[in-house]
Design a binder for this molecule. Structure first.
Ligand SMILES: C[C@](O)(CO)[C@H](O)COP(=O)(O)OP(=O)(O)OC[C@H]1O[C@@H](n2ccc(N)nc2=O)[C@H](O)[C@@H]1O
Ligand SMILES: Nc1ncnc2c1ncn2[C@@H]1O[C@H](COP(=O)(O)OP(=O)(O)OP(=O)(O)O)[C@@H](O)[C@H]1O
Length: 281
């Protein structure tokens, strides 16, 4: 029986983001394409038979019980009726408040990892539904495929995207998703498009104009990266990205970045590294 698993929590970028309306509960209906990346956090999950859920390393500013990893584990315990517990160790690489889905991906890896260790055998659809209550980006990480998404990101259609290398830069600021979605100047009336429009053209992120205005550091970073390739905001920021045909080109651009930008180079992948590791295809 497996008692320990070490699993990836990949990042995502939104290749474009349209906001098509606002629901009665205040959440926004979106159209986006989630591109999964082969870079992210790493989570080690070890079985405990006393039922406790213990995350060993705290994140700055996040209380133990508020961490999405702990919340996901407790939720699965409750839904599955399992009496088992887990010790969890997180190696955090993804910047928080970056629009690259770090917290959501950690939660998804927790759900899939514990589903396996505790032998709950809940199907991915049910785990995605559970995950959606923790964060709008959890379902795509649970389903594990780059996807066209609608609704608040839970209506997913897996798609194959030509694999490219991305430079992802993190300007020196953190942006709360909530702040952008609550802002009165956010564009909320993008006409809905069909998937063919994405496949055939160049689409924008509807949060970008507002984020550039509120966060001049993001504006500056986009101007810098745009010298090399078309650069865009992911999610509600603060990270930005640009795609390149090969790893060498991406690494050359990344190496020239001004020192105030952190970030990474990653390959866009259609199948999640998590699903590859768990051999769920
Ligand atoms: C912008 C995206 O990153 C695109 O992938 C996601 O939709 C955001 O997902 P997330 O960070 O998991 O967001 P959540 O933690 O679910 O929501 C944070 C806050 O953002 C607002 N929110 C979020 C998603 C959405 N479709 N509409 C919203 O209005 C809500 O005020 C919510 O309280
Ligand atoms: N395991 C976790 N990792 C990161 N953030 C977490 C975690 N658990 C709780 N949080 C909280 O969630 C907030 C959002 O974190 P996250 O890294 O997912 O932001 P994001 O990259 O903007 O996400 P998204 O792309 O989904 O908008 C953090 O500021 C933090 O307070």
């Amino acid at each position: 029986m497996t008692t320990t698993l070490t699993l990836p929590c990949p990042a995502k970028i939104n290749l474009f983001l349209r906001i098509t309306g606002r629901r009665a509960d205040g959440y926004h209906n979106l159209q986006t394409v989630f591109q999964l990346l082969d870079y992210g956090d790493t989570l080690t999950l070890t079985l405990r038979d006393d039922g406790d859920i213990r995350l060993e390393n705290a994140l700055p500013g996040v209380a133990h019980d508020d961490n999405l990893i702990v919340r996901a584990a407790k939720m699965l315990q409750e839904k599955s009726g399992s009496t088992l517990g887990a010790t969890l160790q997180l190696e955090k690489r993804l910047p928080m408040g970056g629009g690259i889905g770090g917290g959501s991906s950690d939660a998804a890896t927790t759900l899939l990892g514990l589903n396996h260790l505790w032998q709950c055998e809940l199907p991915l659809e049910q785990l995605a539904e559970l995950g959606a209550t923790l964060g709008a980006d959890v379902p795509v990480f649970v389903q594990g495929h780059s996807a066209w998404a609608e609704g608040v990101g839970e209506q997913l259609q897996a798609i194959e995207i030509p694999e490219q290398y991305y430079v992802v830069l993190r300007p020196p600021c953190e942006i709360a998703t909530r702040e952008i979605f609550l802002h009165e100047q956010l564009t909320r009336n993008d006409p809905p498009i069909k998937i063919a429009a994405f496949l055939g053209g160049h689409l924008e992120n509807s949060c970008e104009k507002l984020v550039r205005k509120l966060y001049p550091e993001v504006d500056k970073a986009l101007i810098w990266l745009n010298q090399f390739a078309s650069a865009k905001l992911t999610g509600t920021g603060s990270c930005i990205f640009a795609g390149f045909e090969n790893k060498r080109q991406a690494e050359q651009v990344f190496a020239q970045r001004p020192e105030q930008y952190s970030g990474f180079v990653a390959k866009g992948v259609n199948l999640s590294p998590l699903h590859r590791a768990l051999a769920i295809v």
